[in-house]
Write a protein that binds this ligand. Structure first.
Ligand code: ANZ
Ligand code: ZN
Length: 639
């Protein structure tokens, strides 16, 4: 009897057998209970890292258990294959993005097979494959037809290092999610998906998702950021223009001591035109125009007085109008009422510029005075110095003042969201071309469905700077208008790769279908995903976008579910020496080495037993050896 088992021979033998017998192949079997186990597909970056191994080991063990319990389990895998790194490889090393991507896919697929994951490889998809992105383009057209895709000029997030725009969800603390560069603001015409039309449903349906971690639900809720408040019409004293402000704290209206407009507010120019304040105000506006939202709101509060005044509709009081960095144009109305007694940002601003502070809500346990106030009092309490509302409790005051304002025509109740429409165009080559043509006579013309896919031309030039290779590829750009036949130009932006991943879980149901994105009958059998497993970093990106797409497809009658993922497991990180295992930290343990030295089962057993799946896992070489010894003991016992 040997005392260590020959894992190499065993693994090779059985993996070959599984492949030959196609034992992980699944087919829809109406009547048999199904289980859809899905792990987030990887970006084909080159090699699997330990984070992948953990994610996929968890999914694999769930799939295997379900199969053993008699469920018809679909367990597919694919590739999130469009994206910038491929393009950078082309620029830096002269390898075509397609070549680079497909090579990486081959390597990573071989690694997955070595690890013994039980995927049905016959369902494999790669989003960069024309047979896949044809349907991504079809979905773009579906959204366009339904009024959910539109082109607009807007101040957008621009990553100077990736040389492309980003969606709001892709800006983390003012930086690019991919490369960490500071994001700038630019005024550009771009394509958007109207995810805001689904804000209420995306919010309300979170309640059904009781198989999701509470943390992710809270993150989505905050990201959608619904708030109920009032828009109150102040009036500019000289020009007579209405200045609506959005507030959730109308109970503090008697505490307003100034008004603040965002630097881009359309009234700013008119208010200062021809006055002594004009030059200084416009200089401030110009300076702010270049700063990102983060740079503006995280910096010290800064502003200038416009010289103009506005009237508070409730008490006719005259308050100065300022502009400041901390008010954003794209939230609410781009104007706020300054209440330094009860809003911290306003208090900081008021102290800086010597604006009056007024207490209109009292702290019941400790009486507040305006002069000694060091932190704004933001809680509820009895209202003071508030005209006819004095003595009311602020919570009731909010409702009473909102009604009063509507009754007197001083404003209106309003629901406001933080969520913005999803910016989906990217000025890059390696993505699905947006299927749109611009014609002089017809304007924006969608490419007819029977002309899909709009193929990415292969023979283009990759340069480190300047416009995307598509924009300079004449054969691609020049086309004819599908409507009138006149010479026309193609859209040269490609789609955000998050569009590709917003529907891949549906494509797995019928991955080779050439007539439709997915077979509704198959989707009916397999969907929803019963268990989804992936990283928390997608809490408001992929997971929100996929929910949005599913709802659109539901409304269009293509799917029967309104939510794609029944249960979600967000696995913890793999940590080594106190830091996340990553190339940049130089603390990487390669899955290949572990497999070579100890075998796939050791790698998987260690990863599954070293920590509960949701918790971070501390990598330990002794732990790996321990797992290996344990497997040997099992083997000896059975042998
Ligand atoms: C007066 C006030 C008094 C406020 C007070 C708060 C406390 P949420 O809950 O996130 O919707 N606000 C409105 N528009 C803004 C903008 N464009 N840029 C920056 N701040 C803006 O927040 C609503 C509150 O955010 C509003 O209520 C407004 O400040 C501010 F004691 O109005 B409040
Ligand atoms: Zn970037």
């Amino acid at each position: 009897m040997a005392d260590t088992y020959d894992f190499q021979t065993i693994e090779r033998k059985w993996q070959a057998y599984w492949e030959k017998e196609r034992i992980y192949r699944t087919t829809a079997a109406p009547g048999q209970r199904k289980y859809y186990c899905l792990e987030m597909y990887p970006y084909p970056s080159g090699k699997l890292h330990m984070g992948h191994v953990r994610n996929y080991s968890i999914g694999d063990v769930i799939s295997r258990l379900r199969r053993m319990n008699g469920w018809n389990v679909i367990h597919p895998m694919g590739w999130d294959a469009f994206g910038l790194p491929a393009e950078n490889a082309a620029i830096e090393r002269g390898i075509h993005p397609a070549r680079w991507t497909w090579d990486n896919i081959a390597t990573m697929k071989a690694q997955m097979k070595q690890l013994g994951f039980s995927y049905d490889w016959e369902r494999e998809v790669a989003t960069c494959d024309p047979v896949y992105y044809k349907w991504t383009q079809w979905l773009f057209l579906l959204l366009y037809k339904r009024g959910l895709a539109y082109r607009a000029e807007a101040a957008v997030n621009w990553c100077p290092s990736c040389a492309t725009v980003l969606a709001n969800e892709q800006v983390k603390d003012g930086r690019c999610w991919r490369c960490d560069a500071l994001v700038e603001r630019k005024q550009l015409a771009q394509w958007f998906f109207k995810i805001t039309a689904y804000a209420d449903r995306l919010l309300e349906d979170l309640e059904q998702l009781d198989g999701w971690p509470e943390r992710v639900r809270v993150m989505q809720k905050n990201w959608i950021g619904r708030s109920d408040g009032v828009e109150i019409d102040f009036r500019a004293e000289k020009t007579g223009d209405l200045i609506p402000v959005f507030t959730t704290r109308q109970d503090t209206i008697y505490g307003v001591t100034y008004l603040v407009l965002a630097p881009e507010h359309p009234l700013v120019e008119k208010l200062v035109r021809g006055t002594a304040y004009e030059a200084e105000v416009l200089a401030f506006v110009r300076r702010m125009a270049h700063l990102s939202e983060l740079a503006r709101t995280e910096q010290e509060k800064e502003g200038v007085f416009t010289g103009a005044y506005a009237l508070n509709p409730l008490n006719n009081e005259r308050v100065p109008i300022w502009i400041a960095n901390y008010v954003l144009m794209d939230y609410g109305t781009g104007a706020v009422m300054g209440v330094p007694g009860h809003d911290q940002r306003d208090l900081e601003f008021a102290r800086q510029y010597n604006l009056p502070v007024r207490i209109v809500i009292q702290n019941e346990s400790r009486s507040l005075t305006a002069d000694s106030l060091t932190a704004a009092y933001v809680d509820d309490g009895p209202m003071v110095d508030s005209g006819p509302f004095t003595g009311m409790y602020s919570r009731e005051g909010r409702a009473a003042i909102a009604d009063y304002i509507e009754q007197h025509g001083y404003g209106r109740k309003r629901r406001q969201y933080r969520l913005r429409d999803w910016l989906v165009s990217r000025q890059r080559y390696w993505g699905a071309p947006i299927p749109i043509v611009y014609c002089h006579a017809c304007g924006i013309v969608p490419v007819p469905e029977d002309q899909l896919p709009v193929l990415l031309p292969e023979d283009v030039e990759f340069k480190p700077e300047g416009p995307s290779p598509l924009a300079t590829c004449e054969e691609f750009v020049n086309t004819t208008c599908p409507q009138c036949g006149a010479p026309a130009r193609r859209e040269t932006d490609t789609m955000d790769t998050f569009v590709d991943s917003s529907w891949y879980f549906l494509r797995y149901a019928s991955p080779r279908d050439e007539r439709q994105p997915f077979d509704p009958e198959k989707v009916k059998y397999w969907m929803p995903v019963d268990q989804y497993i992936g990283g928390i970093e997608h809490a408001v990106l992929h997971l929100l976008y996929s929910r949005f797409f599913t709802k659109v497809l539901y409304d269009a009658g293509y799917v029967h579910v309104t939510e794609p993922f029944q249960r979600l497991l967000t696995q913890g990180m793999v940590i080594k020496d106190g830091a996340k295992m990553s190339k940049s930290k130089g603390n990487v343990v390669s899955p290949e080495d572990i497999v070579r030295q100890y075998g796939a089962d050791t790698a998987r057993v260690f990863i599954l037993f070293a920590a509960p799946p949701e918790k971070d896992l501390d990598w330990s070489d002794q732990g790996v050896q321990g797992a290996h010894r344990f497997l040997n003991r099992v083997w000896r016992l059975v042998d």
